[in-house]
Design a protein around this ligand. Structure first.
Ligand code: NAG
Ligand code: NAG
Length: 288
């Protein structure tokens, strides 16, 4: 697997907006936790994955993008894809479950898209343009009324060929060919304007974390003031234990401040400032 641009979020699991370029082989693009769908507000509580995947070369939609829930993905990711045989094995189970207008019209699951898609148009598998989020080439809608779940988005060099009895074939991506993607993964209706940004951009397991950080930040602000006052009582002496405590609280406060800034930016643009997060983690560790 060679990967030119790698987004930090794969590692942290807080996907959001992923952008990058791949030039061959199978790639896990993102892992994202979609919240449980509430049946009375289904439009606003579903998960949405939308974006563009295009290439600088005519690959004739020879790759397959899959959005898979954990169970399917575990089995799928065990395969190293490098031949027709491995494509067939990797997609055997998924291909049976996934809807495909030509090859499996009775499939119930919307897992697969042929990519890359032609610039300026919808992906070929989007047969209901109304469901595609505006200015994007594809849209997946995730609905789960039982529980929140992790889903995995990946692109594999395999194609299913209706002209060959729908068998899976390996697609060798020539050197120099790039596949560009720009994809959002969100919880909630992308068209809704008055949504909670702390929930929309965040994978379900992070939704409360964002709010918690802000609460911690406030608490530490109060602690800073209190311990500053204590330090004043000991006449601002540097070696005093009260000073050590103050220094540690200030470091923690700065760390939390940077983290909160990262989280707030992230809530707005889905990217944030990952470097800030790293400095913040250092400060928080240092403070202890
Ligand atoms: C994605 O594709 C759509 C339709 O082809 C286009 O209007 C839009 O500008 C593209 N967006 C990006 C970020 O490339
Ligand atoms: C498709 O399957 C049929 C029946 O199994 C077989 O006769 C035919 O040769 C196959 N076609 C291709 C292109 O593999």
């Amino acid at each position: 697997m060679r990967l030119l641009v790698f987004t930090c979020f794969l590692a942290t699991g807080v996907a959001l907006r992923v952008r990058g370029v791949i030039d061959r082989e199978s790639l896990l693009i993102a892992k994202f936790g979609f919240q449980k769908t509430v049946s009375t507000e289904d439009i606003d509580t579903r998960g949405y994955v939308f974006g563009n995947v295009s290439s600088n070369s005519d690959l004739d939609s020879g790759l397959t993008m899959s959005l898979l829930p954990g169970g399917y993905f575990d089995a799928f990711s065990d395969h190293v894809i490098d031949s027709d045989e491995s494509c067939r094995a990797a997609f055997a189970e998924i291909g049976g479950a996934a809807y495909d207008s030509a090859c499996n019209p009775s499939g119930a699951e919307d897992f697969l898209r042929r990519v890359p898609c032609d610039v300026g148009t919808l992906c070929k598998d989007e047969d209901q343009p109304k469901l595609v989020v505006k200015y994007n080439q594809f849209t997946y809608i995730v609905e789960d009324f039982q529980h929140p779940r992790f889903w995995f988005l990946s692109i594999s060099p395999c194609r299913r060929q209706p002209s060959l009895n729908c068998t899976w074939k390996y697609t060798a991506v020539p050197n120099g060919v790039e596949i560009k993607y720009d994809i959002w993964l969100v919880n909630g209706n992308p068209y809704k304007t008055e949504r909670n940004p702390l929930e929309y951009q965040f994978s379900f397991e992070k939704q409360d974390t964002a709010e918690l950080y802000l609460v911690f930040l406030l608490t530490y602000a109060v602690l800073c003031v209190v311990s500053w006052c204590n330090w004043r009582l000991v006449k601002y002496r540097l070696g005093h234990p009260v000073f050590v405590l103050l220094a540690s609280i200030v470091c923690m406060f700065l760390g939390l401040g940077l983290t909160s800034l990262h989280v707030c930016l992230f809530a707005v643009d889905g990217v944030g400032l990952p470097a800030l997060g790293c400095v913040a983690r250092f400060l928080r560790t240092f403070s202890q």
